[in-house]
Design a protein around this ligand. Structure first.
Ligand code: NAD
Length: 509
């Protein structure tokens, strides 16, 4: 199997595979595929090691995670080199991943203890004041992480760090298209002196299914179609899942927006990582009075972009020819239905899986480029007559990952944001919510289920809650159980009912 696979050859994931750089076709490295039958044993090893990891407590785990964060910082250049070889990214795009992970690790390291601190809860009714109630966060032993290829570092570690912080062991399955970077990340974990609570299995669907079958929680990032299959498989063992799926993020440009800012943001948001970002700007709605100005500024920006892998380029290769083919199909469909290409619009000449950064206009919702996730370097722009029309069209989608609103009046933009059906909205910016580890990052509708990050929840999601109810004093603790007379039982139940009805009786008046 190669990353630049021949579309006609069914891939095989047995033995050893060769991964090729999609920009050059050069061999980036080799990988040993895991036999799906071996996954359960790897999970069993993790399950055994997890007990000691949990017992280290938040402080002990924070120390190990800190050493790993330092290792990531020290090996940033090596990781980015491999990223470029494995994915054909531009150096500018590759440079974003490690810092994001270090930021996330730093936030979790500081907050593990607080997030996992047991909570004491009051008794809701006075007669229960004899009980001492506490709620504890206990890690799910093995968290399976199934990742896509677009950000091999971020998708592997964004969730792994939170799960490890929680005290879980992590069974990571990277994309079969980008298995190499994860090997380096695992080496770093072990080189930092960390225990063997992070393990890697390599392969495609069969190995993913074995990961689901062997895990106590599944964190999946990938396409909506695969997300549904993951949920179906996990249902067999009633294993909970968190799904981070695809998107078709809209950008809304209001008539009072700073048009140059909006154009720069739209171009970066659409072309970053060659458009292969879940939260990339996939469609733009511009109010008609500023439409021409916006389109001209966008085209001007796009014409300055340099396409190529590594240093000196803005956007790199697409992951392989199948991804180029999706972009080609969406552009061809738009053109057949009356859209116009203002720049780009075709596969780049020469070798490698490159597609030219493309601006489309005269688009509408009959076209795939406005309704299905393209995951390529395209920016379709639609003229709208009002903000209300922009909101209606933005919500006219099965997806609901995130969105952006540009306006000179942030309060007005916020009012628009709160009418959009999605998990996050950036005002006068794009994608920046990803940096905000205190806020949830998750999709609505078919874009996902649950959220990653989100303050303490980013750690607690990998835990089960355990309530412990203990007697406060020896007096009154315990009861007579079956030795109570029916008369005493009735008296007690009447008293409990009366007490519980004090509140509702008052509110019902
Ligand atoms: P994909 O769904 O094809 O694959 C994702 C992972 O699932 C891979 O590791 C793959 O091996 C595995 N897989 C394949 N078939 C499976 C099955 N039947 N059961 C279980 N696992 C299976 O996605 P992709 O092409 O690798 O990634 C691109 C997609 O990921 C895009 O839709 C993108 O929007 C999405 N994505 C979402 C986020 C987010 O945070 N919401 C982030 C990054 C990428």
């Amino acid at each position: 199997m190669t990353a630049t696979s021949d579309l006609d050859t069914p891939p095989s994931f047995t033995g050893t595979g060769t991964i090729k750089n999609p920009a050059t076709g050069a061999v980036a490295g080799t990988v040993r595929w895991t036999d799906p039958a071996d996954v359960a044993q790897v999970a069993a090893g993790l399950r055994a090691a997890q007990k000691e990891w949990e017992a280290r407590g938040p402080k002990g785990r924070a120390k190990v995670l800190s050493r790993y964060a330092v290792w990531l910082g020290q090996h940033r250049a090596e990781i980015e080199r491999l990223l470029i070889e494995e994915t054909g990214k531009s150096a500018a795009d590759a440079a974003q991943e490690v810092p994001l992970i270090i930021m996330i690790a730093s936030y979790y390291i500081k907050n593990i203890e607080k997030a996992l601190a047991p909570e004491t809860r009051p008794a809701a009714l006075p007669f229960l004041a004899i009980k001492k109630i506490s709620v504890h966060y206990r890690p799910r032993p093995v968290v399976g992480i199934i990742a896509p290829w677009n950000y091999p570092v971020a998708n592997a570690l964004m969730d792994a760090i939170g799960a490890l912080a929680a005290g879980c062991a992590v069974l990571l399955k990277p994309s079969e298209r980008t298995p190499l970077t994860a090997e380096l990340l695992l080496r770093g974990w072990l080189d930092s002196g960390a225990p063997e609570v992070l393990a890697l299995v390599q392969g495609a669907r069969e190995v993913s299914e074995a990961v689901i079958d062997s895990s106590d929680f599944v964190q999946f990032t990938g396409s909506c179609a695969t997300g549904a299959k993951v949920m179906e498989r996990a249902a067999r063992t009633l294993t909970p899942v968190s799904l981070e799926l695809g998107g078709k993020d809209p950008m809304l440009v209001l008539e009072d927006a700073d048009i140059d800012l909006a154009a720069h943001a739209a171009v970066w948001g659409a072309m970053f990582n060659a458009g292969q970002t879940c939260v990339s700007v996939e469609r733009v709605y511009v109010v008609e009075s500023v439409y021409d100005q916006f389109v001209a500024a966008v085209v001007d920006d796009v014409n300055k972009l340099k396409l190529g892998a590594g240093e000196g380029y803005h956007l790199g290769a697409m992951i392989d020819d199948s991804q180029v083919a999706v972009t080609e199909r969406h552009v061809a469909d738009a053109l057949a239905k009356g859209a116009k290409v203002l720049t780009g619009g075709k596969r780049a000449s020469g070798s490698g899986s490159f597609y030219e950064p493309t601006v489309l206009v005269d688009v509408d919702h009959t076209m795939l480029c406005m309704t299905e996730e393209t995951f390529g370097p395209t920016l379709p722009i639609m003229k709208v007559s009002s903000v209300d029309e922009a909101i209606r069209l933005a919500n006219d989608s099965p997806y609901g990952l995130s969105a952006a609103v540009f306006s000179g009046d942030p309060e007005r933009a916020k009012a628009v944001a709160l009418q959009l059906d999605c998990g996050a909205v950036n005002i006068n910016d794009v994608i920046s919510n990803l940096m905000c580890t205190t806020a949830p990052m998750g999709g609505w509708k078919t874009s996902g289920m649950g959220a990653r990050f989100g303050g303490a929840e980013g750690i607690r999601k990998f835990c089960r809650q355990e309530a412990v109810v203990a007697p406060r004093t020896k007096v009154g603790a315990g009861g007579n159980y079956y030795n109570n007379s029916l008369k005493a039982l009735k008296r007690m139940n009447t008293l409990m009912t009366k007490m519980a009805l004090i509140g509702p009786r008052r509110s019902a008046k």
